[in-house]
Design a protein around this ligand. Sequence first.
Ligand code: ATP
Ligand code: ZN
Length: 628
Amino acid sequence: MSRASNISKIIGPQNLEKLRSTKCLLIGAGGIGSELLKDLILMEFGEIHIVDLDTIDLSNLNRQFLFRQRDIKQPKSTTAVKAVQGFNNSKLVPYEGNIMDTTQFPLHWFGSFDIIFNALDNLAARRYVNKMSQFLQVPLLESGTSGFDGYMQPIIPTETECFDCTKKETPKTFPVCTIRSTPSQPIHCIVWAKNFLFAQLFAADITNDADDETKDWGTTDEEEIKRIKQETNELQELQNIILSGDNSQIPKIIEKIFIHDIEKLLKIDNLWKTRTKPVPLTESQIKTDLTDRDMDLSTVWPIADQIQKLSSITNKLMTRMKAENNHIEFDKDDEDTLEFVATAANIRSQIFHIPMKSVFDIKQTAGNIIPAIATTNAIVAGLSALVSLRVLSLLNYAKISKPTELNMVFTAKASNISQNRYLTNPTLAPPNCNCPVCSRVVRGVMKIPRNLFGELKLKDLVSILAEKYSFDSEELSVLDTTGHRLLSDFDFDSLDEKTLEEIKIIPGTLLLITDETENDDGTCLKPLELYIDEIASDDGKMSDISLPDMKIPLTKITSTTEEDNKPVEDVVPQNNGETIVLDLEDEDDEKVKKRKFAGADGDDALSKKSKSDNEIEIIEEDDIIALD
Ligand SMILES: Nc1ncnc2c1ncn2[C@@H]1O[C@H](COP(=O)(O)OP(=O)(O)OP(=O)(O)O)[C@@H](O)[C@H]1O
Ligand SMILES: [Zn+2]
């Protein structure tokens, strides 16, 4: 029996025809994405557009079954499409690119799809796609896995919870001083070795922000801050040694980092009142032997071997610098960079009385590797594909009368199967009325003729919006949520005379417009999120600018504290109190809004970022870093 007649039996010939004319977007061609692509093809979706920004790595091959050894370094999206050509009746369209790139993937492009499948691995992209689905009211099937655990959540905009209705694990930030002066866990040393030492020595374009007065050092101890700044400056001298290619100076580099810098730290008495003092290396421990030896990456080496390996690997990287334009990025799959970070982290651990780890273990941490299980990916992708039939109302025997009858799925105590069901499938909840993404704002698209971006001033934009929506222009704040910048509010108007182009409001920018006026009854207008789009015209006029026709609803004023953002129910599976991070990472852009609401001020607001460039982001739990 043919595949089509099988599907036809299940969903009926009419629904099969509908499925064959359905256009879907699949974002991510990794573990879940490869599975989903196969599933969607087998179900005979009419068009499948697949986006991925990455190329294939050796480490993907064990579970991303569409890829082979010969595909390494090839783009995932196009390779995945090539791999399935043989059994495919769907129209397949691959794209190499970042789904958040508004030039390649503008809002209206998302609008051409009937349904979106997320098969991503990071919070930023998930949140972005969630927002696009909310803008356009396109259903989204969100999914993720971590080892044996996984989840799949259909999101029907305005009807069911969105991705941001529930609180997600967000990366934890370590104070600079913990990383730079007082590490107490292996991860502190790994972050130091990767983000500070390696970046400073080998990423030549690293900016020196040691003099940044506004930087949050995580300490007010002047002496300590002074030491951190001085250390950064001195490291730049070490980078010069690396650039010189003079390998006779390698022992000097190691001596400076693991003896002199530690001795300086020891002089800051305050740091060691309640902590065990670090013990610097001794000069006799520092090797001049630069021979590169093969070592077992799964064992913890003695300190002498760590030092010898660090010397030899520094030598190797020094040589590579010349050939690689004086810039080497850390890459978990680049053994030299990994071994540098691992040995430097371990030597620092030894100095601070922290257990050392094997290179293999450090690779998991520094490379942000969350064990991926092919079967979990297959289960989650399969559920996502099957549930899409209900979302699209193509399963006559499982029709829903309202979207909240749909189910989401997540594993419950997957690693302890005997005591629990493997899968839990609660029905969907309605949107969380406190959700900053789907409930607290109204949305729309503002279309501006292309030629006006260089003419229209911010103040013109403010008055157009004020007139259209009866905002009080004096009380209006404009926040660029894409670039995390406050552009204008009642006590910050220095950008008002600038053109949109000058302040980088471009097609794809998301603006949050808030009228801060509080009515007597404690209500205010809901904030408006606008997607800025262009009209492809070079002689457009102000009257061509289009804004959605709508009345902005009133809302009760609530404070924007963490409490308010509390989810109705936490749907991210919890395992015996342990946090399971479902492949989430990156920043919480709502924080930016909150910071702004709390009163971002001053002329530096334009350059104000959500976090300082040097802040180091870590997901909870010892072994997962979200750094890149
Ligand atoms: N912003 C984005 N735009 C497009 N594709 C993205 C974006 N962010 C992540 N991806 C893709 O999503 C996929 C997620 O797949 P998966 O979780 O299996 O990760 P992986 O990189 O393939 O595996 P691992 O991280 O375990 O080595 C990746 O192929 C990644 O390139
Ligand atoms: Zn929401």
